[in-house]
Write a protein that binds this ligand. Sequence first.
Ligand SMILES: Cc1cc2nc3c(=O)[nH]c(=O)nc-3n(C[C@H](O)[C@H](O)[C@H](O)COP(=O)(O)OP(=O)(O)OC[C@H]3O[C@@H](n4cnc5c(N)ncnc54)[C@H](O)[C@@H]3O)c2cc1C
Length: 415
Amino acid sequence: MRQHLIVGNGPAGVVAAETLRRADPQAEITLIGDEPEPPYSRMAIPYLLTGKIGEAGTYLRKDADHFARLRISLLEARVSALDSAQHTLTLADGRVLAWDQLLLATGSRPLRPPIPGIDLPQVLSCWTLADARAIADTVGAGARVLQMGAGFIGCIILESLAAHGRRLSVVEMGDRMVPRMLDAVAGGMIRRWCESKGVQVRTGRRVVSITAAGNALLVKLDDGESLEVDALINATGVKPNIDFLAGSGVAVDTGILVDDSMQTNIAGIYAAGDVAEAVEFATGRRVVNAIQPDAVEQARVAALNMAGQAATLPGTFVFNVLDTLGLISASFGQWHDAPGRQTAQLLDETAYRYLRLVFDGDRLVGSNSIGHTEHIGVLRGLIQGRVRLGEWQERLLANPTLLSEAYLARGLAAA
Ligand SMILES: Cc1cc2nc3c(=O)[nH]c(=O)nc-3n(C[C@H](O)[C@H](O)[C@H](O)COP(=O)(O)OP(=O)(O)OC[C@H]3O[C@@H](n4cnc5c(N)ncnc54)[C@H](O)[C@@H]3O)c2cc1C
């Protein structure tokens, strides 16, 4: 009987285990996670913090018997080492487990920038259920909160940090909000929106030190400004959990390098989710695309291969849809300017609506938008489908809102 081990019980691990059970009914499947709760979704944490759901609402599967019914063994343990040649894993408590096929789905963890004072108790992350409890327990109503970092996750958690009458400020070292996802126009619009909701935003600034001041914190910025706050939330980015692979022979860069079947350089060892570094579909570059839909799709492909059914991922697709205090923005593919690319833009600053399309030849290759939620599906279809737009390119350059018409005329035909 085949022994499938899955390390990491987030969305990638859970979907892989379920896919394996369907594809390999006889196999033994063990899902290992090092957090004490049942498998849960980090995406749900903002809803927990605003009180829209309780902790059980974050669980990925609501039925307590779900995993037992599928004969998936859950094991709470930390994996500390991998021996690829012996096909074994070592746990932090010294136990050794054997595997025939292995999936690494260990996700990522928050970076802790080397700033003096970063280890003070009022400096928190917003990544795990334990973090969410710490925020709820220690950052009271009306508290002064400074969030360090305004990237994708940073913007998602703004609403929950600002809830309960807290006074929220944000410091971002980039020249705008969400700099790796959105251009200057969109980043500036999100900033204005946040400020209109009472959040103070400082961009192009860094925290250089944090010191305790009684129960509060004194946070110093690189321009000499000092802010007194009750808590600092560190949202400066994440790092894939790959330390336990040292000496294993599994090839890593930022994350674990995988091919289009999600297999690593070692036969029988796969990786999926936030920890995997896969090939981007349009550019061929390797990326860690740390979003849940990708984690789940990668896990499904990995599991089918582990069960002996050939499956491939036709390149990972980089996109983000972001809700910042109710303002929806989206970023797809190659949205940066580059030589030879053409762009079309629609901007309505007062209505918080922005649409920018980037073309390479007669293909749409990237987009940034604010508002325009009605176009999100079509944008994805045109870009991911590499649809040749023909005469529709000129029409879109003249009027970017004709996206649906272009998709009906060219995208559906291509599909
Ligand atoms: C607050 C917040 C909001 C988010 N919102 C969105 C959103 O709106 N949209 C979106 O697409 N994405 C969102 N994300 C990102 C999304 O949660 C991740 O992309 C997703 O969780 C990745 O799933 P995963 O299974 O790869 O990793 P994870 O969910 O991180 O699961 C990995 C698991 O492996 C465990 N593990 C790690 N190392 C070991 C080890 N050595 N031994 C045993 N277990 C180990 C970890 O403890 C963890 O439980 C959000 C994230 C956060 C924190």
